[in-house]
Design a binder for this molecule. Structure first.
Ligand SMILES: Nc1nc2c(c(=O)[nH]1)N[C@H]1C(S)=C(S)[C@@H](COP(=O)(O)OP(=O)(O)OC[C@H]3O[C@@H](n4cnc5c(=O)[nH]c(N)nc54)[C@H](O)[C@@H]3O)O[C@H]1N2
Ligand SMILES: Nc1nc2c(c(=O)[nH]1)N[C@H]1C(S)=C(S)[C@@H](COP(=O)(O)OP(=O)(O)OC[C@H]3O[C@@H](n4cnc5c(=O)[nH]c(N)nc54)[C@H](O)[C@@H]3O)O[C@H]1N2
Ligand code: SF4
Ligand SMILES: [Mo]
Length: 678
């Protein structure tokens, strides 16, 4: 068979590589060797032929004339963006010479990789790179920026990332979209809920912002940021009081329900109403709706865990389905992530054994602080698959670090991103369409194989190829650095240490393209918690200084700033991806600040005014939308834009770089700001 890259005119299969739970199967239409159209694969059981607008326009990004086609070397000041082309040979020599000097002076720990999931493909995002930096003995990066607080919280209750199968949700009667803007960020979840709605299901949305998803709800419940655990505890209070709990389930599958029942006495509807801003009657209605509707499903989003107390919020919400016994029902339960069903052989892929000694671990949410540290300084940063100069919290600090003249920075990306502008050497990356990879979804249960559909753009190279070149130049002789991408895929799917996955071969995956994970054991009978049961009472939380029973924990105070500030994703970008592509910028127009009408009136702010938003960390200027989309005391903006043409709209200058209660997670949405008209 021909490879897909050789197809000049025709349709070839692909997978969406973006950091999105839907992980769609794609069909790529090619004409004269180029992508002319991208659509959803109608044969993919979850995609069902539909994809988002962002990726339908992905071709414009792939062939954007701003795409990098050769390595570059900086000639201007850091951040200025002045570069000259160089060859790959020169680039690799320059990098490895500099690294050898740094290693001789300060040791390999003075080098730090910084990456995230600009490309979700497992072997390119966490394959050769991990092997290389392990062997080098570089500092390690704790990749905490996205969902770790919530997934850790879910794990304390449920033992791991084991969520309800979306393909089981056709008969679900109640969907609670809790802290998720599913219309923009998980569109197929919304499509499933909409279909179920035709059969009588209700969609409830609990959010701090009445956005696209809230507007589609049967019932939208606005809540004060960071108070969702209190709401869940209030629901539990009513469920126990009104005997809407499923006692046999609690007896068989959980520990601590008696302690929990006594504990939630404190969360009476009046108290919970004062904490959350939700009227007492609504708390009763929600608890009764939840207690009397089966199957019910809670889609736990990422938004509500980007808070100081984000781990505990998710830990608490994930107790609810156990109270009503939802886990035994098809299409009942909850999903935060289901990656627990799709484990792959990480050890074989990443080869931690190549690391000769333990090295320090740096939390990526604290990258600004880490770059400014004088003791044992980071002297070189290698960035790939991420854009920290836009996406990291407290980003002024990060930029101050990136601007250090003595920091040797290399950025591997498809574009001259805001981060790349600070680099000494920039390397051009292939897009995922140009790579071999395998994908394991985090929401649905499918594993995919990807084969390249177009040849590399210009001189660009995939991540793995770059690390093979670097390994060779560093003189690393291990076979691990010679393994092909195909071998990496095979290693990742062989000898997988879990019991949910059917045995899969590379050939099978190549032929079928996607394969579904199975719950081969009754996982509820062998939960991966210390007790083997759903832990309503979780003793291990005490070891990290948190209460063993689910508890509302207040956000950290930030005095003198009247507004809580939530900076969520927008519809047409993917984090900062697409924020530099004309097509997507046109679709999104400009970032807005949503403010409640009472707050606006008090400050003499009118709809459409420009406002200044500031705190001790930085300031932005945005156009305001006045209305009732947010509660008083809360302001929301969407999308990770760059400053441009004198417009200050880089939201992360305002966000805090504190870490959350669990897993060292990010607290993007727990910051506070002032707002005034300009
Ligand atoms: N179009 C688009 N899709 C994306 C992305 C993108 O940038 N654009 N990013 C991708 C990535 S990396 C991720 S992690 C996911 C994230 O997607 P989601 O899981 O949807 O998470 P967020 O969009 O961060 O936040 C969801 C909602 O949480 C709300 N929220 C904030 N604080 C609270 C709170 O305290 N309580 C409650 N109840 N709600 C709160 C916000 O208003 C927002 O509407 O989306 C992925 N998909
Ligand atoms: N204020 C605020 N900040 C946030 C968030 C928020 O909601 N609000 N969301 C946070 C979350 S949940 C996340 S996950 C992070 C995401 O932050 P990032 O992981 O930085 O995601 P992107 O901004 O999409 O940047 C990905 C970069 O990888 C590049 N890339 C894509 N494919 C490849 C490849 O194969 N190889 C290489 N070398 N590069 C590639 C892209 O061109 C792009 O520049 O942002 C976080 N920041
Ligand atoms: S971004 Fe999400 S919804 Fe859009 S094509 Fe990719 S996986 Fe599908
Ligand atoms: Mo994320």
């Amino acid at each position: 068979m021909h490879s897909y890259t050789e197809v000049e005119n025709g349709i070839v299969p692909s997978v969406c590589s973006l950091d999105c739970p839907d992980q769609c199967g794609l069909l790529i239409h090619k004409k004269e060797g180029k992508i002319v159209k991208i659509e959803g694969d109608p044969d993919h059981p979850v995609t069902q032929g539909s994809i988002c607008n962002k990726v339908r326009h992905m071709g414009a990004r792939i062939y954007d004339e701003k795409r990098l086609s050769t390595p570059l070397k900086r000639i201007g000041k850091k951040g200025e963006g002045k570069f000259v082309p160089i060859s790959w040979q020169e680039a690799i020599n320059e990098i490895t010479e500099r690294w050898n000097e740094l290693i001789a002076e300060d040791g390999a720990e003075s080098i730090l990789p910084y990456s995230f999931y600009g490309n979700m493909g497992k072997i390119q995002a966490e394959g050769m790179d991990r092997r290389f930096f392990n062997r080098l003995g570089a500092s390690q990066l704790d990749r905490t920026i996205c969902s770790v607080a919530g997934s850790t919280g879910f794990r304390y209750t449920m033992g791991g990332s084991f969520g309800t199968d979306p393909e089981d949700m056709s008969e679900t009667k109640l969907f609670i979209m809790w802290g998720i803007n599913a219309v923009s960020t998980n569109m197929h979840q919304m499509m499933i809920a909409q279909k179920a709605r035709k059969k009588g299901a209700k969609i409830v949305v609990i959010d701090v912002h009445k956005n696209q998803t809230g507007r589609m709800a049967d019932w939208f419940i606005p809540i004060r940021p960071g108070t969702d655990a209190a709401l869940a505890l209030g629901m539990m209070h009513i469920l126990f009081k009104e005997n809407l709990v499923e006692r046999p389930f609690l007896e068989n599958y959980t520990i601590g329900h008696e302690e929990l029942e006594a504990h939630v006495e404190d969360y009476d509807p009046q108290t919970v109403s004062e904490l959350t801003g939700i009227p007492v009657e609504d708390i009763y209605s929600l608890a009764r709706l939840y207690g009397t509707t089966s199957p019910s499903m809670i889609r736990i989003g990422n938004g509500l865990q980007h808070h100081d107390n984000g781990g505990m919020i998710v830990r608490t919400i994930s107790c609810l389905p156990a109270l009503t016994g939802q886990w035994l029902l098809q299409g009942g339960g909850a999903v935060k992530s289901s990656s627990g069903f799709l484990v792959y052989n990480k050890e074989a892929l990443q080869r931690p054994d190549l690391r000769k000694q333990e090295t320090r671990i740096i939390n990526m949410n604290l990258i600004g602080q880490a770059l400014l540290e004088k003791e044992k300084p980071i002297r070189s940063l290698f960035v790939y698959g991420s854009n920290p100069a836009i996406v990291a919290p407290n980003v002024n600090k990060v930029r101050q670090g990136l601007a250090r003249e003595d920091l040797f920075t290399v950025v591997h990306d498809l574009f001259l991103t805001e981060t790349a502008k600070f680099a000494d050497i920039v390397l051009p990356a292939t897009s995922a369409f140009e790579n071999v990879d395998f994908y394991a979804a985090s929401w649905h249960y499918y594993l995919h194989l990807h084969e390249p559909v177009i040849p590399p753009y210009g001189e660009s190279k995939p991540n793995n190829e770059v690390f093979r070149l670097l390994a060779e130049a560093m003189g690393f002789k291990e076979q691990a650095f010679k393994d092909s991408d195909e071998t990496l895929v095979k290693q990742s799917i062989s000898d997988v240490p879990n019991r949910y996955f059917p045995e899969v071969t590379y050939e099978e995956l190549k032929q079928k393209r996607f394969i579904k994970a199975q719950k081969t054991a009754q996982y509820l009978d062998h939960m991966e918690t210390p007790s083997g049961k759903i832990e309503l009472y979780c003793e291990s939380l005490e070891t990290i200084g948190l209460p063993p029973l689910p508890t509302h924990m207040p956000l950290v105070e930030e005095p003198d700033c009247p507004f809580l500030f939530v900076s969520a994703p927008n519809h047409n970008f993917m984090n900062s991806t697409f924020s530099n592509n004309e097509k997507h910028i046109k679709l999104e127009k400009e970032p807005k600040l949503f403010m409640h009408e009472e707050d606006a009136a008090h400050r003499g702010i009118e709809d459409g005014h420009m406002v200044r938003i500031w705190n001790s960390r930085g300031e932005c200027e945005l156009t305001v939308t006045v209305g009732n989309q947010v509660l008083p005391g809360v302001v929301v903006s969407q999308g990770l834009w760059a400053d441009e043409g004198g417009k200050k709209r880089l939201l992360n200058v305002l966000t805090p770089d504190r870490v959350a209660d669990m897993g060292g997670g990010a607290t993007f949405y727990s910051g506070r700001v002032n707002v005034e008209p300009i």
